[in-house]
Design a protein around this ligand. Structure first.
Ligand code: GLN
Length: 306
């Protein structure tokens, strides 16, 4: 039976209201701290083209680490399995911006969704493209079918001014020989990439190819082969929400990617993509109300991968 997505989104919207004052908006990127934690939006993009939305689902927000998914899809589609010589495929069990593991694992990041791994992917893209940030932006525009998607240069600049940890991570990897381009060039591109904004409605649509075996639902363009799309889903499940990935799989049961802007993209393979945005974060850097909303979504729709 097809769930009544409109009614379910309205139920969730009512339920999450008390949670909006509980999370903490990210402040280590100063510009992100100016966003009110009271926002909440959620959008569903079904592979048959039906869409559903509630709350601030049509308001742009900073994608941040969700762009790591697009950068990885682009790198994986162009470079194939060779990327795994530079970055691993295991959950880190550490915060997304940790340096600790990188030292004793000799500069090879655990996975492409923590900052170290995403910086290696940016480095790989910087070797392949003249401007890796523009390549990721164009890719995002294509998969969202939305030419107006853009960077938020104020957020990018704000992040770059305080990017000491990402600089430290990149320099450490360079010392181990796992970083080929100039650190500054790659970090500037990475900050612009992270600053891409989308609405929940755009994000759900952009992620839908990953729910449909790598092909864009509305025009059939094969972005990734089915096997690679399956692997992306596996990485999202095991690593997409940092060191909370186990708890997220337990509570929500879907492959997902989160960002410190408060967004989360989740997939029901073969069925739909769902995006949620609420800027208040829990202590692991995932949207507090957003995670709860997705937990309720899989419960109320009886849809998950398990
Ligand atoms: N741009 C952010 C950073 O590098 C992204 C982190 C995130 O969303 N978890 O710190």
């Amino acid at each position: 039976m097809t769930p009544d997505y409109s009614a379910i989104l309205n139920t969730i919207y009512a339920e999450i209201q008390p949670l909006l004052s509980e999370g903490e908006v990210a402040s280590y990127i100063p510009q992100l701290s100016t966003i009110s934690p009271q926002h909440f939006g959620m959008a569903v993009y079904c592979l048959d083209g039906r869409t559903f939305a509630v709350g601030d689902a049509h308001q742009k927000f900073s994608l941040q680490s969700i762009t790591k998914l697009f950068a990885l899809a682009l790198a994986f589609s162009r470079e194939g399995d060779s990327i795994w010589t530079r970055v691993g495929r295991e959950p880190s069990g550490n915060p997304f911006n940790s340096l600790v593991q990188l030292e004793y694992e000799r500069g090879k990041p655990r996975n492409p969704f923590i900052n170290a791994g995403a910086l290696v992917i940016s480095d790989i893209l910087s070797t392949r493209f003249v401007q890796s940030d523009i390549a990721v932006l164009q890719f995002a525009r294509m998969i969202a079918d939305e030419p107006n998607i853009d960077f938020d240069t104020t957020v990018a600049q704000s992040e770059h001014e305080t990017a000491h940890r990402n600089y430290a991570i990149a320099h450490l990897m360079k010392d181990f020989g796992n970083f080929h381009n100039p650190v500054r060039t790659v970090i500037e591109s990475y900050c612009r990439q992270c600053s891409i904004t989308m609405t929940c409605a755009e994000l759900a649509k952009a992620g839908s190819f990953l729910a449909q075996h790598g092909s864009i639902p509305w025009n059939g363009t094969q972005i990734l082969d089915a096997s690679s799309a399956k692997r992306m889903n596996a990485l999202m499940l095991t690593c997409g929400t940092y060191d909370a990935a186990g708890d997220f799989a337990y509570r929500v049961g879907l492959p997902a990617k989160s960002g410190v802007g408060g967004g989360i993209l989740a997939l029901v393979p073969g069925d739909l993509a769902v995006a949620v945005w609420s800027p208040g974060l829990d202590t692991t850097g995932n949207s507090l109300a957003g995670t709860y909303a997705l937990e309720r979504f899989t419960t109320l729709t009886a849809r998950s991968i398990f």
